[in-house]
Design a protein around this ligand. Structure first.
Ligand code: PLP
Length: 283
């Protein structure tokens, strides 16, 4: 395997950054995960637009131009012979003497890119069965709209989910409403309405897959309702599902041990899953 680290393509096992990198010390950095499908990047433009927003919000410079980054992403995908999988890219503020405030003399941001293959058949098999989620309090900071590498709350939530035999954790706010998953957006289906939490109030990350799914709904005869929903409403919904670049659309069949619908993946989630790659931009 090959990784890209600050201007060089290196064997994955030798791909390291400095101990004083601010990403390592402060989680002072942002990232993106873009799906690779049939050798193409899925919704790359939206991922780069979101990276740009994350960098701006944290006042981190682009490590290289957008066009140059696009070349590096493709190079890493190709050098790893990824046809179906993921490309991961991370930008941190850079290497500087440890001090919470930004370095007085600006340093070069660090850029790391890795890619790996996944087994589409295994993912489809999981989707045919559906997955379980468990809920936990949303104890993250208030800027979850930024895709930062500061993911400790997400890590603990996901570990709790795995220990409970579930695939994903759903965060729940103080008022009992689901915000999103530890690394996915959360959806339910009631009647012909497809419901997901609004992204405008910064209580969730604006998922790229979420945006693409929203664009698809009308063509599938479905109506979007952007509003928060409770765990109980989700448990009583016809369907529930999650979206992420890493999972596309994954049907959810159990929430905190309670079966959703008839306990099988629903037609809305499976239909959107099948259609996503024909709607998303592949480049
Ligand atoms: N919400 C969180 C907290 C995430 O970490 C992710 C992706 O990893 C998502 C939502 C889904 O975003 P996307 O569809 O862009 O992968």
């Amino acid at each position: 395997r090959i990784a890209y680290v600050n201007g060089r393509y290196v064997p994955h096992r030798d791909a390291t950054v400095h101990v004083e990198d601010r990403g390592y010390q402060f989680a002072d950095g942002v990232y993106e995960v873009c799906e690779v499908h049939a050798g193409k990047l899925v919704d790359e433009k939206r991922h780069l637009d979101r990276l740009d927003r994350s960098l701006r919000e944290l006042r981190i410079d682009w490590p290289l131009s957008r066009e140059a980054l696009r070349v590096v992403l493709r190079e890493v995908v190709q050098r790893n012979r990824v046809r179906d999988g993921l490309v991961y890219f991370q930008v941190t503020r850079g290497v500087a003497k440890r001090d919470h405030a930004f370095p007085k003399v600006p340093v070069r941001p660090s850029l790391v890119v890795t890619a790996r293959s996944s087994d589409p058949q295994a993912n489809d098999a999981a989707a045919e069965k559906g997955v379980a989620v468990v809920t936990c309090p949303d104890n993250r900071w208030s800027r979850v709209d930024i895709k930062t590498v500061g993911l400790l709350a997400n890590v603990l939530a996901r570990q709790a989910a795995v220990e409970a035999g579930a695939r994903e954790a759903w965060f729940v706010d103080r008022d009992g409403y689901v915000t999103e998953g530890a690394s996915s957006n959360a959806w339910i289906v009631t009647g012909d309405k497809v419901i997901t939490r609004p992204a405008d109030d910064n209580a969730i990350l604006r998922g790229v897959t979420r945006t693409t799914i929203i664009d698809m709904l009308a063509d599938h005869g479905l109506t979007l309702e952007e509003r928060a929903f409770t765990v109980e409403e989700a448990q009583k919904a016809r369907e529930a599902f999650m979206t992420a670049a890493t999972a596309i659309v994954m049907p959810i069949v159990r929430i905190d041990g309670v079966e959703v619908g008839d306990g099988k993946p629903g037609p809305v989630a499976l239909g959107l899953r099948r259609a996503l790659h024909s709607t998303a931009e592949l480049a």
